[in-house]
Every structure is written in C-alpha cells, then in structure tokens.
Design a protein around this ligand. Sequence first.
Ligand SMILES: C[S@@+](CC[C@H](N)C(=O)[O-])C[C@H]1O[C@@H](n2cnc3c(N)ncnc32)[C@H](O)[C@@H]1O
Length: 345
Amino acid sequence: MLRRSRKSITGKTVGPAKGPTIKPQLTRKIIRRYHFINQRAKYIRQILKIGDASSSGAKGAFAAGFQEGWGLRGDDLKKFDDEMETMLVQLNKHRDDSRLLQRCLGYITREMEADGSLANYQLASKMGQDTRRGGDSSKILVKWLKDLIAGGKQSADNLTALEIGSLSKDNQISVSGIFKDVTRIDLNNSNDAKGILRQDFMERPIPENSADKFDLISCSLVLNFVPTPKDRGQMCKRFACFLKDYTSGVPTEGNNHHSYLFIVLPAPCITNSRYMTLSHFNGLMRSLGYENINYHEAKKICYFLFQRNNFNESQEPPLLQQQRKYQRKQKLNDGASMNNFSIQL
Ligand SMILES: C[S@@+](CC[C@H](N)C(=O)[O-])C[C@H]1O[C@@H](n2cnc3c(N)ncnc32)[C@H](O)[C@@H]1O
C-alpha cells in the first residue's frame, strides 16, 4: 500500500492537509504507470478486437494467454517481469502474435484491477493540485483573463470553457464567474454527480456547430501525462476542433472576440528537456495557429496562455509547411541530467 501519513522521515509535511498521502516522488511515477498500462491495454484490445477491458471479459475470450500473463505477476505487484515490460514498450513489433498480446493484456489487467490501484492514481493526481505544489493553476488563468477583459482586449460576454483533466468543480476556472459555463472532463474521475464528466478528450465527439465549441480550453498538467510524443502532438492538433473560430476574415482593430488555450506543464518539460525549449514549444503552437500571449515560469510549473491566431495567411508561411519542422524529434540541448520530454506533430 502506497498511502502514508503526512510527515516524511525528515519531518517535512507532504501531501494534502487531510486524508492519506503518497510520497511526492512517487506521485508522477504512479500517474505515468497508470496511463501507460491503460494506453497499452486499449491498444491491445483494438488489435485483438475485444471491447471488455475487465478480467472477466478478457479471461472468457482468451483464457489461456490471458491467464498466463495474469499469473506472471504473482502477489507482489511491485515486482515487474523484465521481458513483459520490454514487450509492452514494443507492442507494435508483436502485433501479429495474438497469444503474446493476450499475455500482455493479462499481465497489465492484473495490475489495473489490483486493490487500491485506481485510488492511488486518483490520489496522486489530486496531489498535483495540493497548495504546497502550486495549488489551483487556474488562478493564474483567471487573473490573465481578467486583465484582458479589463484592458478591452477580450469581451466578457457568455464565455465558455472546457477543462480537460478536471479534478474539482471548485477551482477558480469554475467559481470566478468569468465563464458562463464550464464543461469539466477527466479520464478517470467518474464523479458525474460532482460535475466532472468521465471522458477521454481524445474520444470526445467533435462539435458540429460553433455553439457547441468553447472560448477557452484549459489543459493543466495533462499533456505531460500523455504517454508518447506523437499522442501529445495529436492532442495539440485536436484542441482547435473544440475552440470557437473567431479568426476568419482580415484582422480588425479593436476586435475583442478570441478563443484561448491555457496549457500548464511541469517546468522541466520546457526548461530541462533535450527535445523541447520555450521557443520550440511556442513555434510548434504557432504552426498550429496559436500565439503565446502570456507566459509565467514558476519554480516547478510553466503556464502558457495561447490565443488562437488571427493573422493574415498571405504574410505567413502556410501552417502545414511550418508544421513539418515539428514532425520529428530534434535534439535541441544535451546534458546528462536532462529529460526527453517532446511533442511530435
Ligand atoms: C496530474 S492531473 C492534473 C489535474 C489538474 N488539471 C491540475 O492541474 O492539477 C492529470 C489529469 O489529467 C487527466 N487526463 C489525462 N489524459 C486525459 C485525457 N486524454 N482526457 C481527459 N483527461 C485526461 C488524468 O485523468 C488526470 O486526472
């Protein structure tokens, strides 16, 4: 069991003021692992064409292979099987070996269905919001929007927002009154009663008309948990399908209707990656049609506000041409202590 009391060995207080906590250094590890095995399970189910993720569904369909994998885990779920872990990373190479895919599915389903697995994941996600780690990131978003409205750069009328990876309906984005309506979604919080819809943004149906689109999307500490650089790129591309498009026509002086994208990332994703820098990220977003209008770098977290661009295409290289630069990983920095965070379009 990973949960623990609030004091560390050094006596330092960690985690939320009330209730169980998880060691800070484990938080990201748990979230990453949870996303990784869920994504792998989804991928295997697609190849094997099975819908039911649960052990009962999969066991019934593929008793032998599935149970082999299930049995490999034994009782200690902290023990990993090196061979299976390598295969999970390289599933593509084994897509024709259905017996092996069944084993992999059994192996990870055992972990996904273990007691406390989801609870630990949700606790780890919530800890990202703990005030000792920066708190509710939408506070800064609300301040920036208020400034834009006060400066006449943005109309305050009937603004709507989509919050991806929402953990609370009490965050500033929901309670500040700036937005007439906030739609909150999260992969795992099935708290519909609490106003958060359980939904994968990547599977959210694309709105057919503008009224169902949003003036702002908030994506705080979500992109960094998307497992692969290409999946992150897909997420970045998909934002535009859900944002109101105020960009058509020639930009006019005094136009104060825009749509926005608020992105929050752990600072090391931008400041300490071999494949990402601030200007690279802004360039990538620019190639997708967004202009960075606000940026704040705190010790651990980076905050970006992008405005959907209203530029004159004839004066810019076409966006598709610009996007090519961001389709491959490019080494921009190097250093032993650097990470490999990247986004590929
Ligand atoms: C670390 S939490 C961040 C929560 C909060 N937004 C914050 O800033 O503290 C990441 C959340 O993103 C959610 N998430 C990740 N990928 C998602 C997706 N594709 N669709 C919806 N939610 C997603 C996870 O379920 C998780 O609750």
